[in-house]
Structures are given as C-alpha cells and as structure tokens.
Design a protein around this ligand. Sequence first.
Ligand code: CLF
Ligand code: SF4
Length: 510
Amino acid sequence: MSSLPRVPLDALTTLATAEDLRAALARPATPSTPPGTRPGVRSGRVPHNKRREAGGATDAAVWERIKDHPCYSEDAHHDFARMHVAVAPVCNIQCHYCNRKHDCANESRPGVTSARLTPEQAVRRVLTVAAQVPQLSVVGVAGPGDALYDAERTLRTFELLRAEMPDLTLCVSTNGLALPDRVAALKALDVDHVTVTINFMDPEIGAAIHPWIFHDHRRWTGREAARILHERQMEGLEAAVAAGMLVKVNSVLIPGINDAHLIEVNQAVRAKGAFLHNVMPLISDPAHGTHFGLTGQRGPTPAEVHRAREALGEDARLMRHCRQCRADAVGMLGEDRCQDVTLDPVDDVAPRPDPEVRAAYRAVVDSARAERAAAAARADALVEAVAAGTEAPRLVAVCSRGGGRVNLHFGKATEFHVYQVDGAGIRFSGVRRADNYCLGGRGDADRLGTILTVLEGVDAVVCVKIGDGPRRRLEAAGLAVHEDGRHEVIETVIAAWLADEAAAPVRARA
Ligand code: CLF
Ligand code: SF4
C-alpha cells in the first residue's frame, strides 16, 4: 500500500485533528508521484483528469464552484460529503413514483420516513455533523416534500446556516412548480446550486407521471396540470440560470413512459442553460405503496440506464454518479450515516466545527487530487496507446469505498463504479448497486446471481481481492477479474488490467 498523504476519507465517524491532517500532508510523497505535482492543485487550476467533468468544468471559475460539491463534480464525490436536512414536509404536486408517507423520490430512495426538523433543529444537526466530519461541504434541502413549496422553512434554514458556517455550500432540490417565485430569495442567500426534477416536455407524457398539482390556490389535474408544471419548470430554470446559479436537472427514467422522450428533455434543458442532467432510474416496488409500484410499472435495469444515457450523446452534460439519496442523508454519496448522528432535539448546545480542521482537510484533498490527476493522466496515455484502434469500448466495474482508489474486496462491495475504456482513454460511466456478496464471512450464491444481473454488459471486475468461488462464477459468465491490492488510483489499476489483457490476448474467456 502506498504512503499517500491520506486521511481516512471514507471513515466519517473518525475525526482527524488539524495536526493529523498537517502531519499527513508533511509525509513524503508516494514513489509514484511525479516531480512537481505536490503540494497540490492551486486554486483556480483544473486538474488534468477533471477537464472532462460534465458541465464545462474546464472553466477555472466554474471549477471553483463545483470542486467541493459531491454531486456537481464527479471528482469531488470521492472526497466530500453532503448532508440533507428534512425541513420541508409538504408537497404541491403528486408524482406516481412517490408515496407521501415516505421520502421525496426526486432525491431519495423511497421507503424510509425521515424525521421532520425545524430550521433550528436542522442547524444543530448540521453543526453536530460538521464538528465530526471535516468532509462535509454541502448542506441540501431535498424534501421529504418540496423544498420550495413551504419555502419559509427552507429559506430560514439556509439563513441560519449562512450565519453559522459561511464555508458551506447550500443546495436545494425542487419539483420546480414554486421555483419562479423563489429564485430571488435563494440568490439573496447565495444558494448557488439548484436542482429541478423535470421528467417531460410533452404534457401528455407529464400527465402519465404527475396526476395533479396544487397551484394558484387550486388543484389541477391531467394534461392541464402537466402543462402548468412544465411552464413553471421552464420559467424557473431560465430564471435560476439568469441569476447565475448552477442548475442541475434530475429526470426519472420510466421505461415505456418517458425513456425515449428524455432525449428531448436533455436538449431542451441544455438549451436553457442547465449545467448538468442527471438521468436516474425509477425505483419501483409494490412495498413502497406508490402508484407505479402498485400498478406494476417497472424501473429500468442498470444496462438500460447505461444505454439511455449513451443515447443522449457525448455533449449531454450528464451527472453519472447519483446515489438517489434519502431526504435526511448524511455522509459520502452512497452511504447514509443519518442513523449515526444522534441529536437530542431539546439540546440547545451544538458542538462547534473547528475551521482549522476543515481548512486542513481541504489542503489534504488538494494534495490527493493532484496525485490522482497525475496518475490518471499517465493511465490515460497508457490506455490510449494500448486501446488505440480497438472497436468497442470496454466497461470495467471497480470495487471502491472512496478516495478514487481501488480499495475494496469484491465481497464487500455494495456498489460498482463503472468506467468505460477505449482509445480515447478512461471515462467514468456510472454506479451500479447491489447487495454485497459476502455476508458474515460467507458468500451468498443468490446475491452473486443478482450481482451478475447488475453487471450486465460489463467486461471486467477490478477489486482488491476476490475469493476463488465468486471469481470462477464471474469468469464463467464472461467477465475478466483483476485483483490489485495496492489501493492505487482507479485509473492506474484499470490501465494495468488493460495492459495485462493486451499482453495476453489469448486469455480464455468462457
Ligand atoms: Fe443533495 Fe441534491 Fe444538492 Fe446533492 S443530492 S440536494 S444536488 S446535495 Fe446528489 Fe443525492 Fe443524487 Fe441528489 S447524489 S440524489 S444528485
Ligand atoms: Fe413526492 Fe417529491 Fe413528487 Fe412531491 S415532488 S410528489 S415529494 S416525489
């Protein structure tokens, strides 16, 4: 394992002191670090491997605005955490994928009811988390209803947070119906990141997803409701873009309803200035009690999501690493530590985050980023040489628990980071989730079957270690398996796998 200046980026409950972090920075550079890449990325410089971030992050000013945001920057999600505060309980529309007893499916996995917080409770919760988690960079309001319908609670929360922790990025997610009326207030609080869920352009399709809305003191249904929602979403998107905000659009991919239509959605929202488009799969299960769940509307398979995103084209500005978080999510994307955050609602005394620790953590991340960028540039060069002229891109599923490294055993992976590799280099393609294979020290054959389904279309699995049994099953299913125990940068390991493949072209693959 290398001697990178790393802190346990994936261990949110382990508090590093400012001294720990400075000591980590002072350690000798890893032997694989080329001269001149330390001590890190200077402010305003875009790291090599991040020039391909969706949304035009080649611009240094834009990079500054997204580099600590785990949703707006794929690179940032390796190192930074977000937290949602569930201060918005009510909603002004109905979506067929939502059950009001549960979290907002715009930004959450249905099925778990969140605690409703007052703005004051929310701020104490944020301070409590920030005191333990220097990774925390963004606080968002994403439900469990619509953040801007009962906007006073959301705005009050942001106002209090601005005063308490000015270095936090504030983020909001909405269905867009109330957005045109709230852009100015959000702008006044320096809310720079706004997500609008837009599932349709055509009201006919919209009516099949959103049966009613409540607007202008009355309830609207059917096509008319969808028409109003569409007009308000477009108006809100344009106003937020005009106000200089970075607007991300979320679209729920619903097979047979709006899957083919998402090309039109993508083109329209990009034309109106959306920074990113996040195409997320419908989560549908009868147990969630949603209309879609109860009527048998299925969600897309991971391979269908991949194909739908590819159909949008190279310039689609896609966010590909969304984890469909709960409305009270805490932690790195992909893990919810909300249960770990204990907060006595009547306790007035919140811990104070140490600004020194937070600043030192960012310095460590800058350094780690420079290491990763240099490694990724070398890996890209190698891959471009090895894969030049090859016809089809390869998909590689990586086991990682964060930090942009291959640092997880296959049996422990609850998600696979999928990368596309071809003559143009290595590009992040998406995340596929599945229950981990290893349970209490033993493998679960049923789970392995599910994992194989989830990995449809994938050519190789890359991990720290894998048992003989699962290796044989993966290989029998046609997947290559590559172990690398050095906890190296993901791109480095993928390039090593590709070089191995190229050196052994006759390798047997059942
Ligand atoms: Fe939260 Fe959303 Fe802000 Fe991120 S989540 S309000 S933009 S801070 Fe992120 Fe979670 Fe996906 Fe949302 S991974 S569901 S995109
Ligand atoms: Fe549910 Fe969110 Fe849709 Fe409202 S906007 S109905 S809370 S999914």
